[in-house]
Design a protein around this ligand. Structure first.
Ligand code: FAD
Length: 395
């Protein structure tokens, strides 16, 4: 191919462009991004950037030196696969190869649109709007006790805001962790001075308050909604591309889509995991780092191995470093390493005797060793595994 067009200038798009050059692609690379800002990294937005400890989080990539053409403030509107043309807000763009890396969009709270003081936290602009909220120490209500909700609550407490977190489920992170693992995490909210209200549903949001369906009224100088994200693929509806139940692009094990010469990578796409025997839709940074290497290898004709990562992510919340590697289901056996009321502990999931996933809180060595064991599919001894004093790799 002579011309690769990448849609979405977030982590996955930028890494694709960089990986193409690293792997020797000499044709033209056009990177199209809807946001007007120099491409930037998202994880710092709910951490250092929010607290004003970092001005921004622009990627340290010299686009010009790499010969990567950036077209910012330009929105992709549709793909015409037969003609190999991408339609954008700045006109049609022909491609030989197209890479879809449009990421995800936060889900909005129904009825909250247009209400002043309601925020999302996905973009640099969102973070810029939230900084003064923290600086002014407004009372904040966070809707959703997921990763973003926990990280925002952490930053808001650090800034000295009164924080109430409203969660519809009976615990934080209910969609990703079982009750016994989430239970100790619920205590972190109270320890930090935030109030966590579980089994609480928002009836409506008014200027200055959130009203719950039990009638209670929570004063809110600002409301931050963190109830999940959906692949940003609505613009592809008429393009004939296969979309899954969450609106994600259904890629194959080489991150190819059903359209000729079109790939999809990052938060916008799912892929079949040979390792886990199911399709994975991963909304984490590491996937947006690893996937692009597979895409680039395909484009330069390297015939790479199937994309079959051990998913990994981290979160910084309430003074803890939380890391997870792998993928587990409710059918896997859960084993504790250490005391969950203490500052550092891990949880392992075994399928048979194979380690398939682990969550490490303040135990980065467990994570590093565990990640390799998961990758290798090593059989473990459950009894040795449960001893937190023993290095994981010797269990
Ligand atoms: P995105 O980063 O969403 O980038 C996609 C880009 O495409 C966007 O800039 C968007 O504007 C653009 N775009 C969308 N549609 C179009 C269109 N039609 N035309 C042109 N451009 C378009 N992960 C972790 O593992 N650890 C963390 O601690 C962590 N912290 C996070 C904190 C925050 C606040 C957020 C929001 C995410 C965090 N993540 C974290 C998740 C991680 O940032 C994402 O998984 C990663 O950004 C995904 O990269 P992506 O390039 O696929 O998508």
């Amino acid at each position: 191919p002579r011309r690769v067009v990448v849609v979405g200038a977030g982590m996955a798009g930028v890494q694709t462009a960089v990986a193409l050059r690293e792997q020797g692609f000499t044709g033209s690379v056009v990177l199209i991004g809807a946001e007007p800002h120099q491409p930037y990294d998202r994880p710092p937005l709910s951490k250092a950037v929010l607290l004003g400890k970092a001005e921004d989080s622009a990627f340290d990539v010299d686009f010009e030196a790499l010969g990567l053409e950036l077209r910012l403030g330009c929105e992709a509107l549709a793909v015409r696969p037969e003609e190999h043309v991408l339609d954008t807000s700045a006109g049609p763009v022909p491609y030989d190869v197209l890479v879809l890396a449009t990421g995800a969009e936060p889900i909005r709270l129904p009825g909250s649109e247009g209400v002043p003081g309601v925020h999302l936290l996905r973009t640099l602009d969102d973070a810029a709007r939230l900084r003064p909220v923290l600086a002014a120490r407004h009372d904040v209500v966070v809707v959703g006790a997921g990763w973003i909700g926990a990280e925002f609550a952490t930053a808001a407490r650090e800034a000295g805001c009164a924080v109430t977190v409203v969660e519809a489920a009976d615990r934080p992170l209910a969609e990703v962790l079982p009750a016994e693992v989430a239970a100790p995490m619920a205590a972190w909210y109270a320890d930090s001075g935030a109030e966590l209200r579980t089994r609480a549903r928002v009836a409506r949001v008014e200027p200055g308050a959130v009203v719950l369906d039990d009638g209670s009224r929570l004063p809110a100088g600002a409301v931050v909604v963190g109830i999940g994200a959906r692949p940003a693929t609505a613009w592809l509806a008429a393009s004939g591309i296969g979309l899954g139940e969450h609106g994600e692009i259904l890629a194959d094990d080489h991150l190819r889509t059903g359209l000729p010469d079109v790939y999809a990578v990052g938060d916008c796409a799912s892929f079949p995991s040979g390792r886990y025997g199911e399709r994975l839709l991963v909304h984490h940074w590491d996937n947006a780092l690893q996937g692009p290497r597979t895409v680039a290898a395909n484009v330069v004709g390297e015939a790479p191995a199937p994309y079959d990562p051990v998913p990994y992510f981290w979160s910084e919340q309430f003074g803890r470093f939380v890391q997870y590697a792998g993928h587990h289901t409710a059918a896997d056996t859960l084993l504790w390493r250490g005391d969950a009321t203490g500052p550092a502990w891990s949880v392992c999931w075994l399928r048979g005797r194979r380690l398939v996933a682990l969550l490490a809180v303040g135990r980065p060595r467990d994570l590093a060793q565990g990640r390799r064991l998961v990758e290798a599919g090593t059989e473990m001894d459950p009894e040795l595994l449960a001893d937190p004093a023993r290095p994981l790799k010797t269990a």
